[in-house]
Design a protein around this ligand. Structure first.
Ligand SMILES: C[S@@+](CC[C@H](N)C(=O)[O-])C[C@H]1O[C@@H](n2cnc3c(N)ncnc32)[C@H](O)[C@@H]1O
Length: 190
């Protein structure tokens, strides 16, 4: 998947999956971090986490930590302690947010909370949606409808945080620009 390719997590790393949902990213993340790495899935929905847990159990992944929390409201110190209690490290090496920040309302606060859980110079990957561009513009009403039904804000553009606050930024887009992918390395300022 383009977001994980751009994030490029490596063996042994601890990766946060922000708004992990049912854990659709886990399989590809596992391929990258291996059994010596850790995946920390954070989601506010108990139902989504239940599905994610079932996925991890079915695949025998013992390196997945799942936490129920609202990324906008959480206290990073408390979450870091819960990650440690679950067997992970207090500070994570990377974070991925696919189709989730645009659903969070105050995604800037979610970004701030996320970066407080990361090491300096951690990598962050964001995949999210905007209105299609160019030849694909005629699909705009459909894209707007899909986002409205899913509860996401098509104008949020949370990948801008990667553009503005990260270095070594990798950029990609797909589906006529509807899908925006960014990954970069956080700086001391984040
Ligand atoms: C469209 S799903 C994407 C799931 C997954 N990232 C994927 O790519 O399949 C968005 C997820 O973000 C979660 N979410 C939305 N707002 C959140 C918040 N404020 N804090 C934590 N999770 C949130 C939802 O519960 C949902 O599971």
């Amino acid at each position: 998947m383009l977001g994980i390719d751009a994030l490029a997590p490596t063996t042994g790393q601890q990766v946060l999956d922000i708004g992990c949902g049912t854990g659709l990213n886990f399989s590809l993340l596992q391929e990258r971090v291996g059994s010596s790495g850790t995946i920390v899935g954070i989601d506010r929905s108990a139902e989504m986490l239940h599905q994610a847990r079932r996925r991890a159990q079915a695949r025998g992944w013992e390196n997945v930590i799942l936490l129920q929390a609202d990324m906008v409201l959480l206290d990073p110190g408390t979450i870091a302690a819960r990650i440690e209690e679950g067997g992970g490290a207090e500070v994570s090496d990377a974070a991925l947010a696919t189709y989730s920040l645009s659903l969070m309302g105050d995604w800037e606060q979610a970004w701030t909370n996320m970066t407080r859980l990361l090491a300096t110079h951690a990598r962050v990957g964001v995949v999210d949606l905007q209105e299609p561009e160019g030849w694909a513009r005629w699909l705009t009403p459909l894209a707007r409808l899909a986002c409205a039904v899913g509860g996401s804000d098509i104008t949020a553009a949370p990948w801008q945080a990667v553009e503005e606050r990260c270095v070594d930024v990798v950029r990609a887009s797909a589906r006529g620009g509807h899908l925006q992918i960014r990954a970069g390395k956080t700086t001391r300022d984040k």
